[in-house]
Design a protein around this ligand. Structure first.
Ligand code: SAM
Length: 236
């Protein structure tokens, strides 16, 4: 990576403002719904998909825990990268509502052997217990949070799942960008500016020194739904 240019770009206020405007305009057309990964819809921006690829290659996780499955594209993305790494890595997905059609697509996919799914709220004690049991014995654990985007929910997820993340790995919190968007973008959602994943991350980071925001990563992306959401785990 060209760190010098990435750092200069991060300091280019005009470009950052233009990128913010481009991001907001793209949301008007539901841009994040435009893509598939190996045939399965993934609700992400391409920049964040590339970031996850870089993280997964660097960390070489043997377990990726993700909350928020939807159609399953991010499960398939992570499973495909684990497959390329070799080894016995698995993805464990949690969703409160795994639609039958989505489950069938995921279970029939060539990468299904790398995927396990749990249905239930990611912050219920039952699901948290099952995820913890699943993580026992795993050496490099990465967590990605992309479910309900309210402050309270994400903070509860952070408290439940952060202890499972291993040193050198990442805790990735998606849709922190909600904090930087106008309230009018979320007329029918319980989250919005002031109540979203970024406010939860900021609260979480007040009480831990195990994680820090990977600003280098987010700065080079320029467009991301996870500003301040790529958290690197510094300690056991
Ligand atoms: C933004 S989508 C996930 C997108 C997916 N990660 C991707 O990249 O394609 C959010 C998902 O979170 C799920 N969800 C909402 N509340 C939840 C909760 N309390 N626990 C677990 N999943 C939840 C929804 O059912 C929905 O499928």
């Amino acid at each position: 990576m060209n760190e010098q240019y990435a750092a200069q770009m991060a300091g280019d206020e005009q470009l950052r403002r233009q990128a913010g405007e481009l991001f907001l305009r793209s949301c008007e057309y539901r841009y994040s719904y435009n893509f598939t990964w190996l045939g399965v819809p993934i609700i992400q921006y391409p920049q964040d998909i590339v970031a996850m690829q870089e993280i997964i290659w660097t960390v070489q996780p043997d377990l990726i825990i993700e909350t928020g499955i939807a159609h399953g594209g991010s499960l398939i993305l992570h499973a495909s990268l684990l497959e390329l790494l070799g080894g016995d890595g698995l993805v464990l997905g949690v969703d409160i509502d795994i639609r039958r059609a989505n489950r069938e697509v995921i279970e029939r996919h060539p990468l299904a052997k790398r995927i396990r799914m749990l249905e239930g709220s990611s912050i219920s004690s039952e699901i948290i217990g099952q995820v913890r049991d699943f993580a026992v014995g795993r050496k490099r654990v990465l967590v990605s949070l992309d479910s309900n985007h309210t402050h309270q929910h994400v903070l509860a997820e952070l408290n439940a799942y952060a202890p499972l993340v291993t040193r050198g790995s990442y805790l990735v919190v998606f849709d922190t960008v909600v904090e930087d968007m106008p309230k009018s973008f979320f007329p029918d959602r319980p989250w919005g500016p002031g109540d979203n994943p970024k406010t939860a991350v900021r609260e979480f980071l007040k009480y831990t020194d195990r994680f820090e925001v990977d600003h280098l990563l987010e700065n080079k992306l320029l467009l991301t739904v996870a500003p301040e959401g790529y958290l690197k785990c510094l300690k056991d």
